[in-house]
Design a protein around this ligand. Structure first.
Ligand code: 2BA
Length: 110
């Protein structure tokens, strides 16, 4: 058995949930946020048999889209600004999906 952690953009999460239900793949959705952008994303926890991992990965790949996003770096208030410095937005490419696959030692449902 494996545990998949898939971090996807919020915009893709509802469709991904539906695709998992259609494929009879059980998943738990967590509201999460990225350490860099500090904006919301969605983390899916999926426990499933080894032979079904490739199906889950295919669904995640087909459903998660890469997008450009702008972020404004925080101004460092400790630095001695002479008044003319401003933080400019930088463009980052986010996603499609960041996925970790891990072995599961035990699985119980009580
Ligand atoms: P964030 O940390 O908010 O990162 C959003 C996007 O910003 C990243 O997209 C990447 O393109 C860029 N980025 C992240 N850290 C950066 C840095 N130090 N310098 C420059 N650009 C940076 P993705 O790589 O597609 O990641 C999307 C989200 O997946 C991340 O959101 C984070 O929540 C998660 N993630 C990515 N890699 C991870 C990892 N190794 N461990 C845990 N979570 C991860």
């Amino acid at each position: 058995m494996k545990m998949i952690f898939a971090i996807v953009q919020d915009k893709d999460s509802n469709r991904l949930s539906s695709e998992f239900v259609n494929a009879n793949i059980r998943a738990t959705k967590l509201a999460s946020s990225g350490g860099f952008l500090r904006s919301g994303n969605t983390t899916f926890i999926i426990g499933l048999e080894d032979e079904r991992v490739k199906d889950a990965l295919r669904i995640i790949r087909e459903t998660s889209h890469s997008r450009e996003q702008f972020m404004t770096p925080p101004i460092n208030l400790d630095s001695s600004l002479d008044g003319g410095e401003t933080a400019f937005p930088v463009e980052v490419q986010v996603g499609g999906a960041t996925v970790f696959v891990m072995p599961v030692e035990q699985f119980h449902q009580f």
